[in-house]
Write a protein that binds this ligand. Structure first.
Ligand code: FES
Length: 383
């Protein structure tokens, strides 16, 4: 893998990446229909080797990256995860494992601790065993997750529990919060589904109604107030979906600004969903990260403000939200340069309004969603 070994930053170049996300593999024992992985994940190239990953970590650290997330797919599938964690720790990263907990054992939790892992985030599909197992595609998923959340806590990690919420589980918000408190989570992320990858494919079957969302947010606020009054250490974070906003989020804190994602085959992306854009992105097998971050076409494509058409170009909020999300703009308008349609100033905002309206009348069941697995990926990509 090429390496410049160079850490210089010429004038008027962007700052260094801060957060490196290593998507170690697209393999996953679960089949969540809201996965943000690309639809064609089953047709991607070979995964980077252990040595190639460590070289990526070294180069990103030399550029200035300080946080490293191990994600996927399911990163536990990689048998070299302990070795990768150890190498990352030796390079001085703060490390975070983002996992479903499936494939985790108490012995592995300990091994990660020995290797220097700082933080573990465990994701759940629901607080209800049947729904959780259906979404995960495994009859054992829920029991395994409970056991592993307890093991993570017992090993002394700060623990984040992540619940992706959608129209089929958001009405269980009290049970979800109660379960998190029982598991002694330090942070609970109640993240309403965002619509990329498989979630975008299943959007009509996943988007909650405004009434569902408002109820869930109200209950979360009530729990927050109660926990604060009790001086309880657990923090609840509620993430509203873009589809119920009037202004877009500053996606990735700006394109090529802080975030660097490396996919299993070594493709470097400014965000984990960017692979679907009609932009050629560089690969770490062909270029060093200094070139990729500062000079490659893909990382400069939407940096700054010069690429913006109207209404973003003259908008007085552009320095706050960078025109929103490029991936969402592309998915909904076919042109990634457009304003994110979440913005009420976008000429395409009607699509967001129509999706909200559709959510009010949707009647589909959980079983009717398209689940993420190799078979469905191949069928979709052939179609
Ligand atoms: Fe790719 Fe927002 S998810 S820019």
């Amino acid at each position: 893998m090429p390496s410049s070994g160079c850490n210089s930053k010429p004038e008027n170049q962007p700052g260094p990446p801060f957060w490196l996300l290593a998507e170690l593999t697209y393999r996953c024992p679960l089949q969540c229909p809201y996965c943000s992985n690309p639809l064609d994940f089953a047709q991607q190239g070979e995964e980077l080797t252990t040595a190639q990953w460590i070289e990526v970590f070294r180069q990103a650290r030399a550029l200035g990256a300080a946080q490293l997330g191990f994600s996927g797919g399911e990163p536990l599938v990689r048998q070299d995860l302990e070795e990768l964690i150890r190498a990352a720790r030796e390079l001085g990263y703060y490390t975070n494992l983002i996992t479903s907990g499936i494939g985790l054992t108490e012995a592995r939790v300990e091994a990660f601790k020995d290797a220097g892992l700082d933080h573990i985030q465990v994701s759940f599909q629901a607080a209800d065993e049947a729904v959780n197992n259906l979404l995960a595609g495994s009859r054992k998923a829920f029991a395994q997750k409970l056991a592993m959340a307890r093991a993570v806590k017992a090993a002394g990690y700060p623990m984040v529990l992540n619940f992706v919420t959608h129209r089929h589980n958001i009405d269980q918000i009290e049970r979800i919060i109660e379960l998190c408190l029982e598991l002694e989570a330090d942070f609970v992320e109640l993240a309403t589904c965002q619509f990329y990858g498989w979630a975008e494919l299943n959007r009509a079957g996943l988007l909650p109604t405004r009434a569902q969302l408002e109820r869930a947010e109200r209950i979360t606020h009530q729990y927050r107030a109660k926990l604060a009054a009790e001086k309880h250490p657990c923090k609840l974070i509620f993430v509203t979906p873009d589809y119920y906003e009037e202004r877009p989020k500053a996606c990735m804190n700006g394109w090529g600004n802080l975030f660097l994602d490396i996919t299993p085959d070594g493709t470097a992306l400014p965000c984990h969903s960017a692979r679907q854009l009609p932009v050629r992105f560089p690969n770490v097998k062909e270029h060093d990260l200094h070139y990729i971050w500062y000079e490659s076409f893909g990382f400069n494509r939407f940096r700054g403000y010069d690429w913006m058409p109207e209404p973003c170009r003259s908008c007085d909020e552009k320095e706050k939200d960078f025109g929103g999300c490029r991936c969402q703009a592309f998915l909904l308008t076919g042109d990634a340069r457009n304003a994110d349609p979440v913005c009420a100033k976008s000429a395409h905002h009607g699509q967001i309004l129509a999706a909200r309206e559709e959510a009010d009348h949707a009647a589909g069941t959980l079983e009717q969603l398209t689940y993420r697995n190799e078979r469905t990926s191949k069928i979709i990509c052939r179609a």
